[in-house]
Design a protein around this ligand. Structure first.
Ligand code: KIV
Length: 271
C-alpha cells in the first residue's frame, strides 16, 4: 500500500540524476512480473529493471544467453502493468544490440510495445556506437560494466572484475567512454568497492552498484536474491531480506530503507 498519493508521482530520469547530486541513494530491484513489481513500487523502489537475469532465475538456464527479445517484451509488459511510480528499465538481451540497426529495432520494441523508459546494454568498445545512436534518437541508455554476464563465454566464470591495476584502469576508461557516448545511468557489477567509489565520484551520471560496495549512487539487487529464493549458492554481494522480515512487502521495504540509509551493502557484501 502507498502511504499517500504523492508516493505515486512517477519518477523520471531527471529525478534520478538529481538524486546523485542531492546524495539520496537510489534503490533499485529487478522484477519479471506484475505482482512483485507492484509490491516493489509500493515499497518505494525508485527503479525496476526487467533484467535478462530472468534467463537464470525465472527460466532456469545456466546463463543469460538464451533470453530472447520476445521474452523480454513479454516480461517487461507484465512489469509495466504493476508499476505506478518506479522508473522502468529493460535489458537488451544477448545479440539484440549487435549493430545499430538491430539495436534500433529491439530497443524500440522495449519502449513502444513494452513500456520501458530506458534500455540497458553491456560493455563499452563497439557498444559506445550503439549507445550514441540510441540516446541521440530519444531512447535513454543505461550502460553495464564490470562483470557483464553476456560475456560469460569469454570471462569463463562469474567473478569480480577490475582487481589488478590494468583492469581497473580499463574500467575507469570504459566508464568515461559510455558516459561520453550518451549513457545516462551506469550499472557496475562485481568490482572492488574502492574502484566503484572512485568511478561514482568521477562520473556525472548516477552509478548503480551490485557487488560494488556502498559508495555508489544507488544499489540494485536481483529480486530472487533479495527474497532468498535464487537456486544454488547465494552470491556474496546479495542479502536475503525476507529472512528477517516475515513478508515480501516488508522485505522489499527493508531493502529500500537499508539502501537509503547506506547500511546495505555492508563490508561482508563487498569486495
Ligand atoms: O539482468 C540483471 O538482472 C542485471 C542486474 C544484475 C543488474 O543486469
Amino acid at each position: 500500500m502507498y502511504a499517500n498519493d504523492s508516493d505515486t508521482t512517477p519518477i523520471s530520469l531527471p529525478d534520478l540524476a538529481l538524486r546523485k547530486h542531492s546524495g539520496t541513494r537510489i534503490a533499485c530491484v529487478t522484477a519479471y512480473e506484475a505482482s512483485i513489481a507492484a509490491r516493489a513500487d509500493e515499497a518505494g523502489v525508485d527503479l525496476v529493471l526487467v533484467g535478462d537475469s530472468l534467463g537464470m532465475v525465472v527460466q532456469g538456464h545456466a546463463s543469460t544467453l538464451a533470453v530472447t527479445m520476445d521474452a523480454m517484451v513479454y516480461h517487461c509488459r507484465c512489469v509495466a502493468r504493476g508499476l505506478r511510480r518506479a522508473f522502468l528499465v529493460a535489458d537488451l538481451p544477448f545479440m539484440a544490440y549487435r549493430d545499430v540497426p538491430t539495436a534500433f529495432t529491439n530497443a524500440t520494441r522495449l519502449v513502444a510495445e513494452a513500456g520501458a523508459a530506458m534500455v540497458k546494454l553491456e560493455g563499452a568498445d563497439w557498444v559506445c556506437e550503439v549507445i550514441a545512436a540510441l540516446s541521440s534518437r530519444e531512447i535513454p541508455v543505461c550502460a553495464h560494466l564490470g562483470l557483464t554476464p553476456q560475456s560469460i563465454n569469454r570471462l569463463g566464470a562469474y567473478r569480480v572484475q577490475g582487481r589488478d591495476e590494468a583492469a581497473a584502469q580499463r574500467l575507469r576508461e570504459d566508464a568515461r567512454r559510455v558516459q561520453a557516448a550518451g549513457a545516462q545511468l551506469l550499472v557496475l557489477e562485481c568490482v572492488p568497492a574502492r574502484l566503484a567509489a572512485e568511478i561514482s565520484g568521477e562520473l556525472t551520471i548516477p552509478v548503480i552498484g551490485i557487488g560494488a560496495g556502498p559508495q555508489c549512487d544507488g544499489q540494485i539487487l536481483v529480486m530472487h536474491d533479495l527474497l532468498g529464493i535464487t537456486p544454488g549458492k547465494r552470491p556474496r554481494f546479495s542479502k536475503d531480506f525476507l529472512a528477517d522480515s516475515g513478508s515480501i512487502p516488508a522485505a522489499i521495504a527493508a531493502y529500500v530503507q537499508a539502501v537509503r540509509a547506506g547500511s546495505f551493502p555492508g563490508p561482508e557484501h563487498s569486495y
